[in-house]
Design a protein around this ligand. Structure first.
Ligand code: KIV
Length: 272
């Protein structure tokens, strides 16, 4: 495996823009706590997303809908304490920005003030544009999120690939332009055809980060617990697993149980 040279420079929205212009791919992963965030930052991750997927992988909910603003702020401030270099983006949770731009601004301000994060992420296009405008006018950077937007799962009904039909693909492209023109610094595209991902990344000047959006976009994001194999019940085609940590953790824990029960732990050197 080749060694990656990590620039010591703090990653900003401008650095990401320069990377897009130079054709350098952007690496992004989720994190929800101090210890993992520190490891990701030290390994050279450019963007860390405190995703509302915390609702699934941290809290065990079936969807991302139940997580609250206070819970997101708790996760985000833990992550920020572990970071020296990466850009930290935090999801605005469901129900804190849709339909009321004043509430959206208050939610974004609370995240920025109480966690120290660098930016927020919102799901949706034209439906949430008032909230986007209001948050941006307060100087808070926004990453958009189009395609499969998990906060709308009850509307979609399934987690299948989005925008396979022309009408939905055209709406996605229009929304991408709308968000870019409003001033979003980047967009996430989730679970859409690779050709559409390529078209959006070509037409839109800000960095496009994909999760199941093919290889022609400007960067990739995965959920940390999925790519490390901590979660196992979820195996979409776009998910590459880099480890099988669930088996390793269970193996380590059963060795510990075994050592206690067999009086092997602690031994002479492990006691005072
Ligand atoms: O919450 C999350 O983890 C996300 C990613 C899937 C992009 O929004």
């Amino acid at each position: 495996m080749s060694v990656i040279k990590i620039s010591p420079v703090k990653v900003t929205t401008h650095v990401l823009q320069e990377m897009k212009v130079k054709g350098e791919k952007i690496a992004m992963l989720t994190a929800y706590d101090y210890s993992f965030a520190k490891l990701l930052d030290e390994a050279g991750m450019e963007v860390i997303l405190v995703g509302d997927s915390a609702s699934n992988v941290m809290a065990g909910h079936r969807t991302t809908l139940p997580i609250t603003l206070n819970e997101m702020i708790y996760h985000a401030s833990s992550v920020v304490r572990g970071i020296k270099r990466a850009l930290v983006v935090v999801d605005l949770p469901f129900g804190t920005y849709q339909g009321n731009s004043k509430e959206a601004l208050n939610s974004a301000i609370r995240i920025m003030k109480e966690s120290g994060a660098d930016a927020v992420k919102l799901e949706g296009g034209s439906e949430i544009i008032e909230s986007v405008d209001r948050i941006l006018s307060a100087g808070i950077p926004i990453m958009g999120h189009l395609g499969l937007t998990p906060q709308s799962i009850n509307k979609f009904g399934t987690y299948t690939v989005r925008a396979t039909e022309e009408k939905e693909a055209n709406k996605l492209l229009e929304d991408a332009h709308l968000l870019e023109n409003a001033g979003c610094f980047s967009l996430v595209l989730e679970k859409i055809p690779a050709k559409l991902g390529q078209k959006v990344a070509k037409e839109i000047k800000v960095p496009i980060i994909g999760i199941g959006a093919g290889k022609w976009v400007d960067g990739q994001v995965l959920v940390l617990h999925d790519m490390l194999g901590i979660t196992t019940q979820f195996s979409p085609r776009f998910l590459r697993r880099y480890h099988n940590l669930s088996e390793e953790i269970k193996g380590a824990v059963s060795s510990y149980i075994h050592d206690i029960k067999s009086l092997d732990f602690p031994n002479e050197r492990e006691q005072y």
